[in-house]
Write a protein that binds this ligand. Structure first.
Ligand SMILES: [Zn+2]
Length: 452
């Protein structure tokens, strides 16, 4: 038995380890039971799903086994958006449960989408965050500084709750917009912070700020672990964080729509899926047919525990694959491979497919530059033109040769000719609003604009 009447269905860590190491058959029977219950809940209480299913000829007992999930239609971001347009302000996908709060997607593409949370939804997501932290070496007694923004974006709050459940002391500093970065650095140093939870962009920025005021992030702080989520953490960003801060840095993949579905363990070999709480599928990008483990496609998720605004076969539009090989950490939760990039984040420049984050690995070889960058796309005489804006550190000479070298290396790494534009220390950081944004917008596509 992996749960009893006396334990919560989704226990916080470390009690959750029993589930994380449960046999596959046990996990699957748990998923089946929870999927059937989710289906019935959604049928009764959530018109958005029921209407869609009825249109597809799915009856009230349409789900009897785990495999029946595949009968349900795929829901797209656009489907939620049009539900919101037809039924403002919250749509019909929230359902009829007593919600206690609403969080919203950051609106990086389109308008922010609201997602209701019942008290139970909130408790579960908090417990799932405690699993993340625990798997990443956070312990009772750690001092954990949350530098995510506290806003409609969910991660700041749920990370806070999860850390408290582990017995860590939370310092809810928030982003640089509410606690200025130099102040964050002072708190880190004087209060003896041991764990930083935030986005990799901001945590890299904090290292730059520390250096600017004459401190050495490796030597002058007690930070041991960095936990990241919200935007893709590239391996280049992970290496930079680990090197600059002298820490272990972990990535977590999640979203406002889902809560806290996955976590990296200390093996850093993909994200373990909390399979008691979510079902992940990887489907062919064109046909949306299920793909076998190891094959790359779009990620589709079902949140089994959610009462308000569950997602049921929701297309996250991220590209990845499912890894079934056992993990040396001993957990039996399957893993999702590192996210390749959102389908809508892949750019086509002069016909060449290109992920903007490829720039990060190149910048790693340039100690003269900060880790900030922005890609500006223009169309000049029917041709796409890419300019990479980068930022120099203070006191660097011979900047021209740095620019030339950067342009050469970008061409080698991406196959695209780009012009590098060097901005002075702090200039790009301010322009990108690194201190205050939930996610930093690194692509400025002006190709559709006139007079450029
Ligand atoms: Zn593992």
């Amino acid at each position: 038995m992996i749960t009893t009447d006396h334990e919560p269905e989704y226990p916080a860590a470390p009690a959750s380890v029993t589930l994380e190491t449960a046999r596959r058959e046990e996990l699957q029977s748990l998923q089946e039971k929870r999927l059937i219950s989710l289906f019935h809940r959604a049928w009764e209480k959530i018109p958005f799903y029921r209407d869609r299913w009825e249109k597809d000829g799915i009856g009230r007992n349409g789900i009897r086994r785990l495999e029946d999930l595949r009968k349900l239609p795929i829901i797209s971001k656009r489907d939620l958006e049009s539900d919101l347009e037809r039924h403002p302000p919250f749509g019909t996908f929230q359902g009829d449960f007593p919600a206690v709060r609403v969080q919203a997607s950051s609106g990086s593409a389109g308008n922010p989408k609201p997602f209701f949370q019942t008290q139970n939804d909130w408790e579960v997501i908090a417990n799932l965050w405690s699993r993340r932290f625990y798997a990443q070496g956070v312990k009772k007694g750690d001092i954990l500084q949350v530098v995510f923004t506290y806003s409609l974006f969910i991660a700041g709050f749920t990370a806070t709750e999860g850390a408290m459940r582990l017995g860590a002391l939370v310092v809810p500093a928030g982003s640089g917009a509410v606690t200025p970065s130099e102040r964050q650095i002072r708190i880190l140093s004087e209060w003896g912070t041991t764990v930083l939870a935030g986005t990799s962009s901001y945590i890299l920025h904090l290292a730059d700020v520390a250096e600017r005021i004459g401190m050495d992030p490796r030597r002058d702080f007690k930070v041991r672990v960095v936990c990241h989520t919200a935007e893709p953490m590239t391996e280049a960003a992970r290496r930079s964080i680990e090197h600059k801060w002298g820490v272990e840095a972990y990535d977590n993949f999640g979203s406002v729509e889902t809560g806290a579905p996955t976590f990296e363990c200390q093996e850093k070999n993909g994200y373990h899926i909390n399979e008691d709480a979510y079902i992940f599928e990887v489907l062919d990008r064109e046909t949306l047919a299920p793909l076998p483990p190891g094959r790359e496609g779009v990620v589709v998720v079902t949140s089994l525990f959610k009462q308000a605004s569950p997602v049921i076969r929701y297309n996250l539009e991220d590209i990845s694959s499912i890894l079934e090989e056992p993990c040396p950490c001993g957990r039996n939760f399957k893993r999702l491979a590192k996210i390749k990039g959102r389908t809508n984040e892949m750019l086509k420049i002069r016909g060449v497919p290109f992920y903007p984050t490829a720039v990060e690995a190149v910048l790693e070889g340039f100690p003269e530059l900060t880790t900030e960058y922005r890609l500006v796309l223009d169309r000049v005489e029917q041709q796409d033109r890419v300019t990479v804006q980068v930022e120099s550190r203070s006191g660097i000479s011979d900047l021209l040769s740095v620019v030339k070298k950067l342009e050469r290396e970008l061409k080698v790494a991406t196959g695209l000719s780009m012009e590098a534009q060097l901005l002075s220390p702090g200039e790009l950081t301010r322009s990108l609003k690194v201190e205050e944004r939930v996610k930093v917008k690194r692509v400025w596509d002006r190709r559709g604009e006139k007079n450029v």
